[in-house]
Write a protein that binds this ligand. Sequence first.
Ligand SMILES: [Zn+2]
Length: 362
Amino acid sequence: MLFVEAKWLYNDALTFMNDHDINDYDSKTLTVHVLDKDRQPVTHELRYLSSQMRQSVIQGIKNNMKSLATLRKHDRKTGSLKYKSEYLSINLQQSGVTYKFYDKRHIRIQGFKKGIRIEGTNQFWNIPSLEFANAKLLNLPDGYYIAITTYQTKRSEERKYKPSIGIDMGIKTTITVSDGRKVKVLVEESERLKKCQRLIARRKKGSNNRYKAGKLLRRAYQKLGSKKRDAANKIVHELLEHERLYMQDENISGWHKGLFGRTVQHSVLGLVKAKLMKNERVTVLPKSAPTTKYCPHCGKLKKDITLFDRVYECTCGYREDRDIHAARNMILLSGLSTCGTQEINAFGEDVRHWQNSAVQPR
Ligand SMILES: [Zn+2]
């Protein structure tokens, strides 16, 4: 009901804005006038939404108006605020007032007579000097959540890193690390998701059954999203155990089209890359660095290597798995000489150029 009432209040305030200033809206109001699903005017009493929550709904509108105004000032095209059919997130400002832990598994939310049991709080209790800040009550496809912002002191211990690595993000479904590891980055669509898609296609538009099927589908997609984020987090965590990381600026979004189509859609490569780019220990080599062409043994550039050659072979006798070869070269070409077993004998002129132009991520 909190979410329903928040929606009513939001829509009522939007109607009010037709001929008034939002700053004159009385957020203490307990009666709202909205349209029901047959577009007939109805009046509702707000019974559950606390005054803090009501304020945060109205504040949300004010913030949106402000950002729209800023956009307009910069000559950007803007729309206007639209009526909502669902309200999915309610701010809980002021920890201790709007929400409060009263033991390790129960939380008290303003407006509720009883405590609510919540899962997933174990992450909190071992952290020294933890402070709770504001929170958000979320209405997600698979249930209700509370997202809590916390403050904690930064740990400043000296970290021991593993040796630096190069990372080849192949066109295929794996990430190859210069130490020879290959990490699978595919998350598969669940059978349930496919089933839901078929189900929704069979239901009549506008019917209640279709609405229900839509709900199931959204839930399946949320699950897929969580799975992908989880997989990406685990991979990134493991890669960042290493002191420095070298990767190449390749066009991942381009892979969605063409050759590999659908499989790439559920690859977490993009997520992994985005996360890595934010880290200061990651160096990104330009797209044009010859990581595939360069022979680390004799320094020659092999011009005629294609996407389909899975093994790199040089006339000097050097031979290596194509992806491992590329990953190792990333370290070499950004100027480090400790990489795998091969000694570098020669650097061609253009290779020196790539060393100089290796870029740092923003
Ligand atoms: Zn060679």
